[in-house]
Write a protein that binds this ligand. Sequence first.
Ligand SMILES: NC(=O)c1ccc[n+]([C@@H]2O[C@H](COP(=O)([O-])OP(=O)(O)OC[C@H]3O[C@@H](n4cnc5c(N)ncnc54)[C@H](OP(=O)(O)O)[C@@H]3O)[C@@H](O)[C@H]2O)c1
Length: 242
Amino acid sequence: MAKILITGASTGIGAETSRLLAENNELFLVYNRSEEKAKQLEAELGDLGAKVHLLQADITSEIACIELFRQIGELTDSLDVLVNNAGGLVRRQAADALDWQLMQEIFNLNVFSLFKITSLALPFLRKGEKPSIVNITSIASRHGAPGATIYGAAKGSVDTFTRGLCKELAPEIRINSVSPGVIVTPFHDKVSTPEQMVAWAEGNPLKRNGTPNNIATAIKFLIENDFINGESIDVNGGLLMR
Ligand SMILES: NC(=O)c1ccc[n+]([C@@H]2O[C@H](COP(=O)([O-])OP(=O)(O)OC[C@H]3O[C@@H](n4cnc5c(N)ncnc54)[C@H](OP(=O)(O)O)[C@@H]3O)[C@@H](O)[C@H]2O)c1
């Protein structure tokens, strides 16, 4: 039974990853505001054979991250997998009107929380079985996106962090990332119009946007293949090629 910590597990990609990894595993699932969805997911995962611990935290605060790991420490002294999935665009804003507070919000959510949670997880992962980390970055890191340059820059920091830690943590812990294209999740309810979603689907070589399962299966692959390290896998339907 692997011990797996997933942030942003209440909805979208995180929830689907939890479903895919549920069978015979112990899941530590972090959510923030979507309590009802997290509880529904907990019930669903129990039926799939998972042992589930739901943990509420607003991970944009360092104190909350420390408190989260205090709670995790009461439940376990080891972790085998960390999936740093929580994140979001927060709000689109044109580059000529950048707001300092918005930039802080975006970096707190997508960068500092991920760095801090990874740091706090290391002592647990060092006691785990074949431990590995999977970070969720974004196509926006290399491709840009309208009004989302700061979000793209934040995900670029996650890419750099992933490569840096690959050297720093080897050979004990592997670290990789998945870089989604446009995936249909609640993420876009907040920051994209239906017209934008249609245009992105039409512009994709596969003529559709992705599903959370398209990302979850890539995360599972990176956890299972123990010779992939420091890699970032694009899952975008061919919207952007390296
Ligand atoms: N969907 C896409 O097209 C796309 C593309 C590229 C990259 N991504 C990345 O994929 C990841 C998952 O996104 P998604 O598409 O699945 O979106 P989503 O459904 O909106 O999920 C975001 C998750 O992050 C959690 N979260 C947000 N703010 C938080 C906070 N302050 N503290 C703790 N948790 C917080 C949310 O929890 P609560 O709801 O419980 O607050 C939710 O579980 C993100 O890192 C996103 O940047 C998505």
